[in-house]
Design a protein around this ligand. Structure first.
Ligand SMILES: [Mg+2]
Length: 229
């Protein structure tokens, strides 16, 4: 029996699974600084600064400021300013405003993202097979974020009267995708699109790890797949 025959719904992680970031953060920060007639900041320092600033913001104001009722733009403005400061760049208010507007608009557009070539064919195939996936759950709107299993329960509620066992979650993180999805009773598997060394550990923890969505489609359709989960 194929797993497909007992599935009614599929939930898919976005970043790293359906889409990827194009280029490096430094490119965008450099472009924005130049647009305000400022020299290009050091790529490495800006990237390090961003990682620290983002981690701290996520800790202080989880779910992009949901509980603090912080508007999304304010959350990002604080994060971007802190990224520059940590990298050693402090701008006057007017200059920073220009730089930030540019960065915010850019990341709000489709420009810095690319869709993996197998994403659309996979989702189309899933729909043809009668699997539900056409709903979204956003941490900034729900006030809950991965790896909290509650976000998976919300997804199941959103899917309607579909049981956890009839749902498959596909993601690219053991901690944020696989473990919490399994903990609420969903089927789950992981994609290793970039051949990360972590994949070995994922397999050891019992996860099914596949190279891409094309392989997911093959596995789900194969006659023996029901017993692999
Ligand atoms: Mg991801």
């Amino acid at each position: 029996m194929s797993l497909l025959s007992r599935l009614r719904c599929i939930t898919v992680d976005v970043t790293g699974t359906l889409i990827a970031y194009k280029g490096v953060l430094g490119d965008y920060y450099c472009m924005a600084a130049k647009s305000a007639e400022m020299p290009c900041p050091d790529y490495k320092r800006v990237h390090e600064g961003f990682k620290l600033a983002y981690t701290e913001m996520a800790k202080k104001y989880p779910c992009f400021g949901f509980a603090a009722k912080m508007p999304n733009i304010v959350w990002w403005k604080t994060c971007v300013r802190d990224s520059f400061v940590r990298a050693g760049y402090e701008y006057d208010e007017e200059t920073f405003e220009k730089i930030f507007r540019r960065i915010y608009a850019f990341f709000g557009s489709s420009a810095p993202y690319s869709v993996f070539p197998d994403s659309q064919p996979f989702l189309r195939w899933a729909r043809e097979k009668g699997l539900k996936w056409d709903f979204g759950v956003f941490s900034g709107l729900e006030g809950v974020e991965k790896p909290n299993p509650r976000i998976y329960e919300i997804a199941l509620e959103r899917a309607g009267s579909i049981a956890a066992e009839e749902t498959l979650h596909v993601g690219d993180s053991l901690r944020k995708d696989y473990v919490p999805a399994r903990s609420v009773g969903m089927n789950a598997l992981l994609l290793d699109r970039f051949k990360t060394p972590d994949a070995e550990e994922w397999r050891k923890s019992g996860a099914i790890v596949l190279p891409d969505l094309e392989a997911v489609r093959e596995l789900l359709s194969s006659e023996k797949s029901a017993s692999t989960f």
